[in-house]
Write a protein that binds this ligand. Structure first.
Ligand SMILES: C[S@@+](CC[C@H](N)C(=O)[O-])C[C@H]1O[C@@H](n2cnc3c(N)ncnc32)[C@H](O)[C@@H]1O
Length: 207
Protein backbone atom coordinates (compact mmCIF):
# COMPACT_ATOMS: atom_id res chain seq x y z
CA UNK A 1 0.00 0.00 0.00
CA UNK A 2 1.36 3.49 -0.81
CA UNK A 3 1.74 6.22 1.74
CA UNK A 4 -0.90 8.93 1.57
CA UNK A 5 0.30 12.54 1.56
CA UNK A 6 -1.74 14.88 3.74
CA UNK A 7 -1.33 18.43 2.51
CA UNK A 8 -0.44 20.86 5.30
CA UNK A 9 -1.66 24.25 4.07
CA UNK A 10 0.89 27.05 3.61
CA UNK A 11 -1.14 29.31 5.91
CA UNK A 12 0.08 27.40 8.98
CA UNK A 13 3.01 29.84 8.98
CA UNK A 14 0.56 32.53 10.14
CA UNK A 15 -0.79 30.43 13.03
CA UNK A 16 0.19 32.04 16.34
CA UNK A 17 2.64 30.17 18.57
CA UNK A 18 1.11 30.04 22.08
CA UNK A 19 3.12 31.70 24.84
CA UNK A 20 4.07 28.36 26.44
CA UNK A 21 5.31 27.07 23.05
CA UNK A 22 7.30 30.31 22.60
CA UNK A 23 8.77 29.78 26.04
CA UNK A 24 9.83 26.20 25.13
CA UNK A 25 11.38 27.39 21.85
CA UNK A 26 13.19 30.36 23.44
CA UNK A 27 14.60 28.15 26.19
CA UNK A 28 15.68 25.56 23.61
CA UNK A 29 17.58 28.17 21.58
CA UNK A 30 19.31 29.46 24.74
CA UNK A 31 20.19 25.90 25.73
CA UNK A 32 21.57 25.01 22.28
CA UNK A 33 23.55 28.26 22.05
CA UNK A 34 25.05 27.79 25.47
CA UNK A 35 25.95 24.15 24.71
CA UNK A 36 27.60 24.99 21.38
CA UNK A 37 29.50 27.91 22.95
CA UNK A 38 31.00 25.73 25.67
CA UNK A 39 31.87 22.49 23.89
CA UNK A 40 34.54 21.53 21.41
CA UNK A 41 32.72 18.34 20.46
CA UNK A 42 31.18 18.61 17.01
CA UNK A 43 28.27 16.24 16.47
CA UNK A 44 28.50 15.66 12.77
CA UNK A 45 24.89 14.63 12.13
CA UNK A 46 23.19 17.20 14.35
CA UNK A 47 21.47 20.24 12.96
CA UNK A 48 18.18 21.49 14.35
CA UNK A 49 14.90 22.12 12.58
CA UNK A 50 12.67 25.22 12.52
CA UNK A 51 10.97 24.85 15.90
CA UNK A 52 8.31 27.51 15.24
CA UNK A 53 7.24 25.74 12.05
CA UNK A 54 7.12 22.35 13.80
CA UNK A 55 4.93 23.89 16.49
CA UNK A 56 2.61 25.38 13.87
CA UNK A 57 2.36 22.00 12.12
CA UNK A 58 1.55 20.28 15.43
CA UNK A 59 -1.11 22.93 16.13
CA UNK A 60 -2.68 22.27 12.70
CA UNK A 61 -2.52 18.48 13.16
CA UNK A 62 -4.25 18.68 16.54
CA UNK A 63 -6.84 21.27 15.42
CA UNK A 64 -7.77 19.04 12.47
CA UNK A 65 -7.91 15.79 14.48
CA UNK A 66 -5.49 14.05 12.12
CA UNK A 67 -4.16 11.48 14.59
CA UNK A 68 -5.59 8.09 15.52
CA UNK A 69 -3.97 8.12 18.98
CA UNK A 70 -1.70 9.94 21.38
CA UNK A 71 1.77 8.39 21.06
CA UNK A 72 4.49 10.58 19.52
CA UNK A 73 8.11 9.71 18.72
CA UNK A 74 10.90 12.02 17.51
CA UNK A 75 13.29 9.90 15.43
CA UNK A 76 16.82 11.22 15.96
CA UNK A 77 15.75 13.74 18.57
CA UNK A 78 18.85 15.92 19.04
CA UNK A 79 17.86 18.46 21.73
CA UNK A 80 14.36 16.98 21.61
CA UNK A 81 12.44 20.16 20.91
CA UNK A 82 9.80 18.60 18.62
CA UNK A 83 9.08 16.01 21.34
CA UNK A 84 8.89 18.76 23.98
CA UNK A 85 6.43 20.68 21.79
CA UNK A 86 4.42 17.49 21.23
CA UNK A 87 4.15 17.07 25.01
CA UNK A 88 2.91 20.67 25.20
CA UNK A 89 0.25 19.68 22.62
CA UNK A 90 -0.98 16.90 24.91
CA UNK A 91 0.77 13.97 23.23
CA UNK A 92 2.61 11.18 25.03
CA UNK A 93 5.99 12.06 23.55
CA UNK A 94 9.40 10.40 23.51
CA UNK A 95 12.61 11.00 21.58
CA UNK A 96 15.22 8.49 20.41
CA UNK A 97 18.76 9.73 19.84
CA UNK A 98 21.97 7.84 19.11
CA UNK A 99 24.35 10.43 20.65
CA UNK A 100 24.35 10.08 24.47
CA UNK A 101 25.37 13.71 25.00
CA UNK A 102 22.30 14.90 23.11
CA UNK A 103 20.06 12.61 25.16
CA UNK A 104 21.48 14.25 28.31
CA UNK A 105 20.95 17.71 26.84
CA UNK A 106 17.33 16.97 25.86
CA UNK A 107 16.61 15.41 29.26
CA UNK A 108 18.01 18.48 31.06
CA UNK A 109 16.01 20.79 28.83
CA UNK A 110 12.80 18.85 29.54
CA UNK A 111 13.47 19.01 33.29
CA UNK A 112 14.15 22.75 33.17
CA UNK A 113 10.81 23.23 31.42
CA UNK A 114 8.99 20.82 33.74
CA UNK A 115 7.85 18.70 30.79
CA UNK A 116 7.38 14.92 31.15
CA UNK A 117 9.06 14.04 27.86
CA UNK A 118 11.43 11.05 27.97
CA UNK A 119 14.52 10.64 25.81
CA UNK A 120 16.17 7.32 25.02
CA UNK A 121 19.69 6.59 23.87
CA UNK A 122 19.77 4.17 20.94
CA UNK A 123 18.91 3.71 17.30
CA UNK A 124 15.36 4.37 16.16
CA UNK A 125 15.55 1.57 13.60
CA UNK A 126 13.61 -1.34 15.09
CA UNK A 127 14.94 -4.89 15.16
CA UNK A 128 13.16 -7.68 13.32
CA UNK A 129 11.80 -5.49 10.57
CA UNK A 130 9.60 -7.60 8.30
CA UNK A 131 10.40 -5.67 5.11
CA UNK A 132 14.13 -5.41 5.78
CA UNK A 133 15.14 -5.57 2.13
CA UNK A 134 13.42 -2.27 1.34
CA UNK A 135 15.12 -0.63 4.32
CA UNK A 136 18.52 -2.06 3.47
CA UNK A 137 18.24 -0.68 -0.05
CA UNK A 138 17.33 2.77 1.31
CA UNK A 139 20.06 2.51 3.99
CA UNK A 140 22.71 2.13 1.32
CA UNK A 141 21.90 5.68 0.23
CA UNK A 142 22.08 7.49 3.59
CA UNK A 143 25.13 9.14 5.07
CA UNK A 144 23.73 11.05 8.05
CA UNK A 145 21.72 8.32 9.77
CA UNK A 146 23.22 5.45 11.71
CA UNK A 147 21.63 2.37 10.15
CA UNK A 148 22.15 0.15 13.20
CA UNK A 149 19.04 -1.63 14.36
CA UNK A 150 18.11 -1.50 18.04
CA UNK A 151 15.63 -2.86 20.54
CA UNK A 152 15.10 0.55 22.12
CA UNK A 153 11.33 0.12 21.78
CA UNK A 154 11.48 -2.63 24.46
CA UNK A 155 13.03 -0.09 26.81
CA UNK A 156 10.43 2.53 25.89
CA UNK A 157 7.61 0.02 26.38
CA UNK A 158 5.84 1.18 23.21
CA UNK A 159 6.43 -0.72 19.97
CA UNK A 160 7.01 1.10 16.68
CA UNK A 161 3.53 0.13 15.50
CA UNK A 162 1.94 1.68 18.60
CA UNK A 163 3.10 5.21 17.75
CA UNK A 164 0.55 7.48 16.09
CA UNK A 165 2.86 10.30 14.98
CA UNK A 166 6.57 10.29 14.18
CA UNK A 167 8.65 13.38 13.56
CA UNK A 168 12.02 13.48 11.79
CA UNK A 169 14.36 16.02 10.24
CA UNK A 170 16.11 14.12 7.45
CA UNK A 171 19.15 15.55 5.74
CA UNK A 172 18.36 16.60 2.16
CA UNK A 173 17.97 13.53 -0.04
CA UNK A 174 17.53 11.15 2.93
CA UNK A 175 13.75 11.56 3.30
CA UNK A 176 13.19 8.26 1.51
CA UNK A 177 15.04 6.34 4.22
CA UNK A 178 12.70 7.61 6.96
CA UNK A 179 9.68 6.82 4.78
CA UNK A 180 11.00 3.28 4.21
CA UNK A 181 11.37 2.59 7.92
CA UNK A 182 7.98 4.15 8.60
CA UNK A 183 6.32 2.22 5.78
CA UNK A 184 7.83 -1.09 6.90
CA UNK A 185 7.09 -0.75 10.60
CA UNK A 186 4.29 1.73 11.42
CA UNK A 187 0.65 0.80 12.01
CA UNK A 188 -2.08 1.64 9.52
CA UNK A 189 -3.28 5.16 10.23
CA UNK A 190 0.01 6.30 11.78
CA UNK A 191 1.53 9.53 10.45
CA UNK A 192 5.08 10.68 9.68
CA UNK A 193 5.81 14.42 9.85
CA UNK A 194 9.12 15.54 8.36
CA UNK A 195 10.81 18.93 8.29
CA UNK A 196 12.27 19.36 4.82
CA UNK A 197 14.14 22.67 5.07
CA UNK A 198 13.15 25.08 2.28
CA UNK A 199 10.30 22.73 1.33
CA UNK A 200 8.73 23.09 4.77
CA UNK A 201 6.71 20.38 6.47
CA UNK A 202 5.60 17.12 4.87
CA UNK A 203 2.96 14.84 6.38
CA UNK A 204 2.22 11.33 5.25
CA UNK A 205 -0.07 8.57 6.51
CA UNK A 206 0.34 4.80 6.42
CA UNK A 207 -2.67 3.23 4.72
C1 LIG B 1 19.22 16.46 11.61
S1 LIG B 1 19.35 16.06 13.33
C2 LIG B 1 17.70 16.47 13.87
C3 LIG B 1 17.58 16.75 15.34
C4 LIG B 1 16.17 17.10 15.81
N1 LIG B 1 15.20 16.08 15.44
C5 LIG B 1 15.70 18.43 15.25
O1 LIG B 1 14.91 18.42 14.29
O2 LIG B 1 16.10 19.47 15.76
C6 LIG B 1 19.31 14.26 13.25
C7 LIG B 1 19.66 13.55 14.56
O3 LIG B 1 19.50 12.15 14.36
C8 LIG B 1 20.49 11.46 15.12
N2 LIG B 1 20.58 10.08 14.56
C9 LIG B 1 21.18 9.67 13.42
N3 LIG B 1 20.96 8.34 13.22
C10 LIG B 1 20.20 7.91 14.26
C11 LIG B 1 19.62 6.65 14.62
N4 LIG B 1 19.77 5.55 13.86
N5 LIG B 1 18.90 6.57 15.75
C12 LIG B 1 18.74 7.66 16.54
N6 LIG B 1 19.26 8.89 16.26
C13 LIG B 1 19.96 9.01 15.12
C14 LIG B 1 21.72 12.34 14.96
O4 LIG B 1 22.66 12.12 15.99
C15 LIG B 1 21.09 13.75 15.03
O5 LIG B 1 21.06 14.25 16.35
Amino acid sequence: MPLQTIIIPDHITSLPNASRAKDIIDRAHQHINSYTATTNAVIHNFVHCDFELVNQALTWIQDNHILTGNNFCELGSGFGVAALLATHHGLNAVGIEIEPILVDQATNLAASLDLATTFYNGSFIPRNVSDLQDIQQAAAEVEHVSTLEDDIYDEIGITFDEFDLFFAFPWPGEEHFFESVFHACAADGACLLTYQGRNGMHLTRQL
